[in-house]
Design a protein around this ligand. Sequence first.
Ligand SMILES: Nc1ncnc2c1ncn2[C@@H]1O[C@H](COP(=O)(O)OP(=O)(O)O)[C@@H](O)[C@H]1O
Ligand SMILES: [Mg+2]
Length: 223
Amino acid sequence: MLKSLIEANNICKSYHQGGVEIEVLKNFSMQLLEGDFLAITGQSGSGKTTLLNILGLIDNFDSGSLNYLGHNVLNMSEIDKDKTRMTNLGFVYQSNNLFDDFTAKENVALPLLLSGVTKKLAFKKSEDCLAQFDLSTRCNHIPKDLSAGEQQRVAIARAIILKPTIIIADEPTGNLDIDTSRSVFDYFMRYTKKNNCAVIMATHNDKLAKLANKRIIIGNNDE
Ligand SMILES: Nc1ncnc2c1ncn2[C@@H]1O[C@H](COP(=O)(O)OP(=O)(O)O)[C@@H](O)[C@H]1O
Ligand SMILES: [Mg+2]
């Protein structure tokens, strides 16, 4: 039987600003199993980022329950959440957030170095990982000397270098043109399938969302 990684039940989340309550998530429920590719779609402002931040243990929710690898998130301390994020989660964002002064190899090696891996091994693993994204000849380039698609492939390599169980991607191809999006997405899909990662991806792109095995549309459908 496939292992259940995340179970969300009736999650509600509102923001309060200037005396106004904005209800973003209302009774959101889902289950993520090993190897699942879950696409979350919805209009801009529908709450995709809010949801991913909750599922990525970055933000809190108002009511409902969230179970993570068998643990109730409400019983987890901030330290437990940090550890879970470090060991089980990889994040990919719309803008690549690469360090400008670091080479591709250094950017990808960073999570390994921070986790205590020796420099020599971290750089070797970083090169191997970049090779899987066909970037072997770009290891010593700094971000500004890479194309937008290559930069995003480096960012994805950095997000997955610690081999997370779950990858959370918030519009990972949102800043790219259609052809580059598709190419970056193909690398992403190939890597996650090969490593049996579970993926939660928010996207505007309907064609990419259709490639997922699970799909949730959030937000107001009657607009
Ligand atoms: N920190 C915040 N404070 C107040 N309102 C917020 C905050 N973050 C998001 N919102 C509001 O919540 C709604 C959902 O935002 P978001 O989750 O970013 O949507 P999406 O990612 O689908 O575009 C929007 O109306 C947005 O303005
Ligand atoms: Mg968003």
